[in-house]
Design a protein around this ligand. Structure first.
Ligand code: F6R
Length: 247
């Protein structure tokens, strides 16, 4: 694992975007693994800036996203498909047919999980996967568990996630109760992984992820076994590492 300390959120975003820009430049038809959430917003904004400057061409790029809520279609502004269109795809010259997010409206969830896993293989695997991390070490929707989740699977959302999401929906029935997520194994099969984290709330989990025991209690700790992981954090997220390692 390479752990890179950025000065702040902007610097973290620029460093992460540089890795993705290099990938697109070196292999124009690459497969990018993408994440939603607040952490990658600056990375996507930086990629859009470089596209607007004429320095990046997304015309042959293919993407696969980590996860999607079950029950939401792409027009729902809470869906991860909507997020990706809104925060990246609508602003660059990517062919939307080349962008993939699990289908939250699929009637047969297991068939959708199998399709998504097969799709990633058919694309030749993920060249570089972007990850955010939850305060409890989750990556994708892989929450702390007794074992590492393997392939793409349906996940029961925790009560706290369901309650937190409730404010975005008119009725409780509409709030997603499950999601489809790449498994830890799917993520580990990416050729290269970039994990980004910022802010003091992420400081302890970054230390655990990089230096703690490899355990499904901290799903991101599996990344220690991957041969090409770059973790980019701002100074606040680096704080526990600095304290414990005396740096
Ligand atoms: C998003 C995802 C999640 C987030 C994580 C961090 O597709 O899979 O694992 O990366 O919850 O979220 P933020 O960036 O909002 O702190």
């Amino acid at each position: 694992m390479k752990l890179i300390k950025a000065t702040d959120y902007k610097d973290m975003s620029k460093k992460a975007a540089s890795i993705f820009a290099a990938q697109i430049t070196l292999k124009p038809n690459c497969v990018l693994g993408l994440a939603t959430g607040s952490t990658p917003l600056g990375t996507y904004a930086q990629l859009i800036n470089w596209y607007n400057d004429g320095d990046l061409d997304f015309s042959q790029v293919k993407t696969v996203n980590l996860d999607e809520y079950v029950g939401l279609d792409g027009n729902n502004n809470q869906s991860y498909r909507y997020f990706m269109n809104d925060k990246l795809f609508n602003h660059v010259n990517i062919d939307k047919a080349n962008t993939n997010v699990p289908n939250g409206k699929a009637t047969d969830k297991q068939a959708e999980c199998d399709r998504y896993e097969a799709l990633i293989k058919a694309l030749g695997g993920i060249d570089v996967q972007l990850l955010g991390i939850g305060n409890n070490g989750h990556i994708g929707f892989n929450e702390p568990n007794k074992y590492f989740d393997k392939g793409t699977h349906e996940v029961n959302l925790t009560e706290s996630t369901i309650t937190a999401n409730a404010r975005f929906f008119a009725t409780m029935d509409e709030v997603p109760k499950t999601a489809i997520s790449m498994g830890v194994q799917t993520i580990m099969q990416a050729k290269k992984i970039v994990l980004i984290a910022n802010g003091p709330a992420k400081a302890d989990i970054i230390y655990e992820t990089c230096f703690g025991p490899i355990t499904p209690d901290v799903p991101a700790s599996a990344l220690q076994l991957h041969p090409d992981v770059t973790v980019i954090v701002d100074e606040e997220a680096y704080a526990t590492v600095a304290k414990k390692l005396g740096k």
